[in-house]
Design a protein around this ligand. Sequence first.
Ligand SMILES: [Fe+2]
Length: 141
Amino acid sequence: MCVTPVADPSLEQPALGIAFMDESHRALHGKLERLSSVADVEFAAAFEALLKEVHDHFKEEEQAMEEIAFRGISCHRDQHAQALNALQHACLRAREGTIAEGREIGGLFSQWLHFHIATMDRMLASVLQHAEASKADCAVD
Ligand SMILES: [Fe+2]
């Protein structure tokens, strides 16, 4: 069975309130949408573009976690690493021509991303907002 990621407006997620995260998440959803409709001949290139976007986004979030010494960094980073591993493997397979498998992984990643944003990223965003507010308070004093 092939599961193809389909953009579903009912799955639209509320913004987290941290600009770099919200912008990145929008870009990722855009890449996933493109992946769901791209022709087989362009699939591997679209998957590689998604992989790069995901890699850069995870790195940016992890850097933000390090900057505020986020206590949940280990768990959050592990989730990123597992997702990235699955995508890297699927990317290699897509380059070899196993497009159906790549489409299925793309669909699963889309579901994973929605859940990850609603849980791990929401928690991180909340802590980042608190850290920004504390920094602003200190600047006033
Ligand atoms: Fe994350």
